[in-house]
Design a protein around this ligand. Structure first.
Ligand SMILES: Nc1ncnc2c1ncn2[C@@H]1O[C@H](COP(=O)(O)OP(=O)(O)OP(=O)(O)O)[C@@H](O)[C@H]1O
Ligand SMILES: [Mg+2]
Length: 405
């Protein structure tokens, strides 16, 4: 099994997927824009060969460079876990006649309007929505969407340029603030909890599934720098909270004809218990959610995905053992970290349920959470009981302060 892997060294989790492929016996040919010497050790050790391309921006040129570099070596798959290069991966598959997502299928996962249309056509609940390339189109879309509305980039990430609007004045203001965005989505704002539905699939079958609960909603988090994010992987998918999302997720995967790989869907749960589609990526969740899913079952999904992609199966025991809460801390104050306030009592009380903890060490500069998703701390706590997991998670949110300055 020979696999081309795009950008094996970046973003941060890519080397783990490369390692997973090597562990299941694949030969991995990496293609990246970093010099080989700059690759993280995990990636370097797992790669059979590496091609540094001049730039990823000219897709045709990259495909040609890769063809020359392969010199007739056969390739079975092209894998890409980074959203930005998904079209390039699709183009390479088409050129080399390999299985996996085509460019047309990729568009469904990259363009939030095309995606919502496809889900809606299957009779599933999506927010009322419209696409806008101008102010005029935005106002026209609003006619159909109504208030409260949300304005966001059609191919956005990380809640950037995303605004809730309750009336015409706020809508006008949001349009002014997003003037630099080429294409907007105007959507019905859905009140409710926000959760994920993540899978590893092979041949159209769901081999692993998981639901995580975002607390608070990512949009609130992006606008409020003092809040610590919690992301809770739920143990029991048949419970009331996740169940509608699992059903919706199955419908969405079927509607979009997803075949093999990771998927990451976001959905809303309204007060009445209805699941409303948010968005879906044909790639793994970022922000260490794959790690959190691993901790919830004591498995290695980096390897599990690789096995699914290469051989269509996932042989690890993926039974969920724990609710797993992952907390990202943001330091208070500027400059260098000088204290992990409240840490000792928390470790005394909950230490045996802490699966992992990494805080910006004392003396080091605080980080910019806009650039480093884990910010100044990453804590994973887990327990079979959800109420207790939530209690611990809240305590690490409220009682632990990474103090800088
Ligand atoms: N229709 C909606 N109703 C309520 N909240 C929404 C809606 N659309 C987006 N949001 C909020 O804005 C956030 C960002 O929107 P969205 O998930 O579509 O893009 P993104 O998060 O920027 O992309 P990515 O998840 O790939 O980083 C969501 O997580 C949610 O909190
Ligand atoms: Mg999102």
């Amino acid at each position: 099994m020979n696999v081309i892997f795009l950008s094996p060294g970046f973003p941060a989790e890519m080397p783990l997927f490369v390692r997973g492929l090597a562990q299941v016996g694949a030969k991995v040919f990496g293609v990246g824009d970093q010099p080989a010497a700059a690759l993280p050790a995990d990636a370097r050790e797992a790669l059979s060969d590496y091609l540094q391309v001049r730039s990823f921006s000219d897709e045709a040129a990259v495909v040609e460079e890769v063809r020359r570099w392969l010199r007739g070596r056969s390739v079975d798959r092209v894998e890409c876990m980074w959203e930005r290069l998904m079209y390039l991966a699709a183009r390479m598959r088409e050129t080399f006649r390999l299985p996996g997502m085509s460019r047309e299928q990729t568009a469904i996962f990259r363009d939030k309007e095309t995606m919502k249309q496809a889900v809606e056509q299957a009779g599933l609940r999506v927010p009322r929505h419209g696409r806008a390339r101008s102010k005029q189109e935005a106002w026209a879309a609003l006619e159909h969407v109504g208030f409260p509305a949300i304005v966001k980039p059609i191919d956005g990430a990380g809640s950037k340029d995303t605004y809730r609007c309750n009336d015409r004045a706020e809508f006008e203001q949001a349009l002014a603030m997003t003037q630099h965005v080429e294409e907007l989505s105007v959507e019905e704002f859905i009140e409710g909890e926000e959760l994920t539905y993540d899978t590893v699939c092979a041949g159209g079958r769901v081999l692993f599934e998981s639901v995580a609960w975002y607390k608070p909603k990512p949009m609130i988090l992006a606008q409020n720098p003092w809040i610590s994010m919690q992301n809770i992987v739920l143990r029991d998918l048949s419970a009331e909270l996740p169940r509608p999302g699992v059903e919706l997720g199955h419908g969405v995967l079927r509607a979009l004809g997803f075949d093999t790989g990771f998927t990451h869907m976001e959905w809303f749960r309204t007060a009445s218990g209805e699941a409303v589609f948010g968005e879906i990526g044909g790639r793994p969740a970022g922000a260490r959610l794959v790690h959190a899913m691993n901790y919830s079952c004591d498995i290695d999904l980096f390897r599990g995905w690789a096995e699914a992609a290469c051989y269509g199966r996932l042989t690890q025991d993926t039974t969920k053992k724990y609710n797993t809460a992952m907390i990202f801390k943001r330091a208070q104050g500027e400059g260098r970290v000088r204290e992990h306030r409240g840490l000792q009592p928390l470790l005394q009380r909950y230490g045996k349920f802490v699966a992992s903890i990494e805080l910006t060490p004392i003396g080091e500069p605080r980080r910019d959470w806009r650039k480093v998703v884990v910010g100044d701390g990453w804590i994973v706590v887990r327990h079979p009981d959800l109420a207790f997991t939530l209690e611990m998670s809240e305590r690490f949110v409220n009682d632990l302060v990474v103090v800088a300055g």
